[in-house]
Design a protein around this ligand. Structure first.
Ligand SMILES: [Zn+2]
Length: 455
């Protein structure tokens, strides 16, 4: 009798005893030869994401938080794909320590601390005598500094280093900054950082700091066990690759579900008349709105935006021109966000603190362009998505009863504690705003601004 069978028999006896004790007589008798369903013990997966980016043919690797280790939380906390790259292997165990390799770093599970952290992969490569090959093949400097705490002298590199958590993430510098054009490189214990000093087509722009894909190089040198490198199949539903859209905690899709607040957000705002109507409704109902206007249209009606702020509403960021951010070079993404903010401050005649960016069309989040999140982090924005979309724009400019009831229904079906409602400043949407507010109040939900509820 195999161990498996023994366990299953034992489980059956155990289950029957339990069922009888609990008086569940209907569950107790099983037809001979058939076993009840009993869950098998395995690590409970709390959160998992599938990443197809570093494998072919739709395969990829999972990164998970479970009872054994929490690599997904570490991935998010350390800066995601911008700092670690994507996973290039499965979780594996070597000498009782758990690891998972990424393109730019190797994560290890620190059981004492109860958290994952970067392993000193570059020191491992050094110990294996691979410095010469790293230099020859990838222009990575050999170890030249050992006991100093000195970190980079280059201003941009220093900023990146500090931005992403410094020594606890990258380890200590183990070389000087070497090389000049088109990039210079500095070696650390856990990663190698590269700073681009010239513009090269299809490469990071001049002035960018990027970690080098040493995790991938280490694969070529046989650092990871072969079985860890076999790609996995994506699961279905919640375990599938679609989940990767929501990889980071600073993407806000709803507020605290234990608090009786909702967030009415109004995008684009091309039509000043509809913005004014929304402000009138809000004044009458004593509620607060969060606007996500496009920067370009702000100066069409400065007095409206001044009024919105004076009446306690919030004006967040929806970019200057409403271009899809995932198609743009990094400098332009930054410009889109900063130009909207600057325009707003000019229109208001004072400084104004923003906390949220809503990317036009949700692009870069739905299709997971990691640059958007990284840039938002750097500029101090969270990404504001939504939990209910009125889809009123589909009927614009209709305000007949069919258009209104459909639009309203899209929101009412999703109205609950913490809901973020997406609307646009268009006739159809603003016409149903009073009904949304009535329904919210009936459910005991107060519409407040996103910053009031979440910052
Ligand atoms: Zn928009």
């Amino acid at each position: 009798m195999g161990l498996d069978t023994a366990l299953r028999r034992m489980s059956r006896r155990e289950f029957c005893r339990l069922a009888v004790t609990a008086g569940l007589s209907a569950l107790a008798p099983f037809p001979q030869g058939r076993l009840p369903y009993l869950p098998q013990p395995r690590p409970r997966t709390r959160r998992t994401l599938f990443f197809p980016q570093a494998a072919k043919d739709g395969l990829g690797f999972y990164v998970s938080d479970d009872d054994e280790a929490s690599f997904l939380s570490a991935f998010d906390e350390l800066g995601g794909a911008a700092v670690l790259g994507y996973p290039i292997g499965r979780r594996y165990t070597a000498e009782d320590v758990i690891y998972q390799p990424f393109q730019m770093m190797l994560l290890t599970w620190d059981a004492d601390q109860g958290k994952a952290r970067p392993a000193p992969l570059l020191d491992v490569l050094h110990d294996k005598g691979l410095d010469g090959k790293l230099k020859e093949r990838f222009r990575i400097p050999g170890v030249s500094i050992r006991k100093t705490k000195d970190i980079p002298v280059n201003q941009l590199l220093q900023e990146f280093y500090e931005e992403y958590g410094s020594e606890s993430v990258f380890g200590r510098a183990t070389s000087e900054l070497e090389g000049s054009t088109p990039f210079s490189v500095q070696r650390f214990q856990d990663a190698v950082l590269q700073i681009w000093t010239a513009d090269v087509k299809n490469m990071p722009s001049k002035g960018s700091v990027v970690p080098v894909t040493v995790g991938t190089y280490a694969r070529e040198f046989g650092v990871y066990p072969q079985e860890a490198l076999v790609p996995e199949m994506p699961g279905k539903g919640r375990l599938g690759r679609r989940v990767a859209r929501y990889a980071a905690d600073d993407i806000v899709r709803r507020g605290d579900p234990s608090q009786p607040y909702i967030y009415l957000t109004i995008d684009d705002c091309w039509d000043p008349l509809q913005v004014e109507t929304a402000l009138d409704i809000a004044a009458k109902e004593d509620i607060r709105l969060t606007f996500f206007p496009i920067g370009n249209i702000l100066s069409d009606a400065p007095e409206l935006w001044q009024r919105a702020v004076a009446e306690g509403h919030e004006i967040e960021n929806h970019t200057q021109t409403h271009r899809w951010l995932d198609g743009l070079p990094e400098e332009q993404i930054v410009w889109e966000i900063q130009a909207q903010h600057t325009t707003l401050e000019e229109v208001l005649g004072s400084s104004y603190e923003q906390h949220f960016l809503r990317p036009p069309g949700g692009r870069g989040i739905f299709n997971y362009d990691p640059r958007i999140l990284r840039i938002c982090r750097q500029l101090g924005y969270k990404v504001a998505m939504w939990s209910a979309d009125s889809r009123g724009y589909r009927f614009y400019p209709r305000t007949d009863s069919y258009a209104l009831s459909q639009t309203l229904q899209n929101v009412l079906g999703a109205l609950s504690d913490g809901a973020i409602v997406l609307q646009h400043a268009l006739d159809t949407d603003i016409a149903v705003l009073p009904d949304i507010v009535d329904a919210a109040k009936e459910q005991g939900l107060a519409p407040i601004t996103m910053t009031d509820g979440m910052e």
